[in-house]
Design a protein around this ligand. Structure first.
Ligand code: NDP
Ligand code: ZN
Length: 358
């Protein structure tokens, strides 16, 4: 029974995917005498936590009830008062928690508070599912840097463009639609200026999507992004351009007038680990790195890769000069190669999607 209600709580949590950042996905279900009397999910940062919604719905029926919650109830004052206090105040009898809060400053404290108040607490029901649900958030909280997904569409021989730089389109429309769905799961999309110059992409979530758009981030040491590029002019989503230290205020001005935010690094190059710390400070919890080959190469060299999404088309491009999915220097020895595990394989239209994780 515990698993059944927890599964429902997980589904509720999942339903808000893409809109809670930088907060985790959390769901809660209140059960009394074998009946569901309340449920809720955390929908947006700054808005009530899942427990608050669920307890509100339950009203007086919360007294003596069991509350299923996918993440340890909070015990500290954030933007809202602690949920642990609310559970105690509502006199619930039992709390079932899927997984503990990964923040070492908070971990276990909510559970401890409930237990001290005499509430029966069970921890670990569907823990694996709950950990997978908030993988990005957990990574962000423990490293203070965004969760990195590398994405590419490649031919069966591993090319992401022809030798002349053409890449439209390697994969089918169905696969490209799937990319839009995946983009939405991340806070920001990252590309190199090479991709902007070659393809002038708009990097927005389309195909009927209306909600929040991920931030577009361009890695562009010398500010070569054209002022007429789509990411500068279309105002469809926020655009940040990351530049080297030598770029002047004067150079930055026209971009800022167009609504673009410029992030100037302290060096004359863009070092990936430094960039990730900088983005973490700006509450970017996850990034979707869409190329090109050079940028992928830098992320690989610094081993800053949590997940790879590869869309593979049954097309052969060939050619020594056609770029492969990951360029740059690469590793010289097999022992240094980044080893991942395949988590998911799917046929989409005429293509194959592979999800691999570190
Ligand atoms: P990239 O988009 O990788 O951009 C590379 C440029 O980004 C560099 O030359 C550099 O220019 C700048 N840059 C800034 N910081 C970094 C960093 N830390 N690491 C690496 N580069 C950095 O360009 P590519 O030329 O490699 O790839 C473009 C090609 O790839 C195009 O032909 C495009 O069509 C294709 N493509 C294909 C995709 C697919 O999935 N099939 C996806 C994306 C692109 P600077 O020194 O001036 O800052
Ligand atoms: Zn809370």
């Amino acid at each position: 029974m515990d698993e059944r209600y927890m599964r429902l709580a997980l589904q509720l949590a999942e339903s808000a995917r893409g809109q809670t950042s930088p907060n985790p996905l959390v769901g809660a279900v209140v059960v009394k005498n074998g009946e569901i009397v309340g449920f809720g999910a955390h929908l947006k940062a700054g808005e009530p936590h899942a427990e608050v919604h669920a307890l509100r719905m339950a009203g007086e029926k919360a007294e003596g009830a069991t509350v299923y919650v996918t993440l340890e109830p909070c015990s500290h004052y954030g933007r809202t008062p602690p949920c642990a206090d609310l559970l105690i105040e509502k006199k619930v009898k039992r709390v079932v928690v899927a997984t503990t809060d990964p923040n070492p400053l908070v971990a276990g404290k909510g559970i401890e508070k409930l237990r001290r108040a005499g509430i029966d607490v069970t921890v670990g029901v569907l823990k694996e599912e709950a950990d997978a649900l908030n993988e990005m958030f957990f990574h962000y909280i423990s490293t203070k840097t965004p969760y990195v997904t590398l994405k590419y569409a490649m031919s069966l021989d591993g090319k992401i463009a022809t030798k002349t730089g053409e890449s439209k389109w390697i994969t089918s429309e169905d696969a490209r639609r799937d990319v839009h769905r995946e983009r939405r799961m991340h806070d920001a999309i990252v590309v190199g200026v090479g991709t902007i110059l070659a393809d002038d992409p708009s990097l927005t979530v389309r195909f009927g999507h209306e909600g929040k758009q991920p931030i577009r981030i361009v890695l562009d040491t010398h500010l070569r992004t054209p002022l007429h590029a789509n990411v500068v002019t279309d105002r469809m989503a926020p655009t940040w351009i990351v530049v080297g230290h030598h770029v002047t205020e004067e150079q930055m001005k026209p971009y800022e007038h167009a609504g673009v935010q410029i992030i100037r690094m302290n060096e004359n190059k863009i070092d990936v680990p430094t960039l990730l710390l900088e983005l973490g400070k700006r509450n970017v919890m996850s990034i979707f790195v869409e190329g090109g080959a050079h940028v992928h190469g830098s992320f690989l060299r610094s081993r800053s890769v949590q997940q790879v999404l590869a869309y593979i088309a049954p097309t052969l491009i060939g050619g020594n000069e056609a770029p492969s999915a990951i360029g740059g220097e690469g590793f010289g020895r097999m022992i240094d190669a980044l080893r991942l595990q395949v988590k998911h394989v799917e046929r989409i239209g005429s293509d194959i999607k592979i999800v691999a994780k570190g």
